[in-house]
Write a new protein. Sequence first.
Length: 262
Amino acid sequence: MNCYKFFLFIVFVLFSNSSLSKAIDVNVLVEDGYFPIIINAEKQQGLAPEFIKILNSTQNDYNFILTSLPVKRLSKSVEQSKFDVLFLMALQWLPPEAREGITQSKFYVITKNELYALKKNAKDQSYFDDLQSLSKAGVLGYSYHFAKYNTDAYYLSQEHNASLTVDEFNVVKMLLLQRSDVGVLNNIAYQYFKNKKIFDMSLLYKSETPDAVFDTHFLVSRKQSKISASKIDSILNSAATKPRIIELLNKYSVSSSINTSQ
């Protein structure tokens, strides 16, 4: 084989290997406004975008594409099985009929819906004894245990005296402005507000009993053949990925199945 043919052979081999090793695109949906998992969807700042960047930079087999959707559009995508993976959600948050078509990663993040009141109003834990008599602030589309996970805004308003807003930033504002007796805050959001000194969180008093505690996983559609839940776990537990994920979770004060020692 002369030099020219050998050169062409090498180019062909390299091109073939490059084609065969092209990364598989995996669409990952996340709820727009799931604060602070998505802090700013437009600027791609927050835990979710940073998490996906780590996944893409520590392996070459998959290209994870994060797409944020409003809760109604996300729910519709789930109902129609138009997704590959959902970013860190609890099965309980999905319609019962959609759960059978989903597998979940062993990796999970621990998230709590916690109850807060103004410290000057709540002198002790007995303040939270009769939630039904207290006005509440929550997030539109979120499900709460005190309402048996019914997300209907009219039902929450009429039956539970709940005012719903677009995110947990506004839940805190409603508490501080005394427009609500109790606010429901995700523990991750609370820690973020506290760490960034966005609000004086020392003004708030927390119930020792959370509204609900969830393990949120990567939820994978059975109807797609791109990636499995076990493969996601394999990537997360790899020597290249795991330390960086732990560092990211610690940055946001998030407890998970791989950094519970924090």
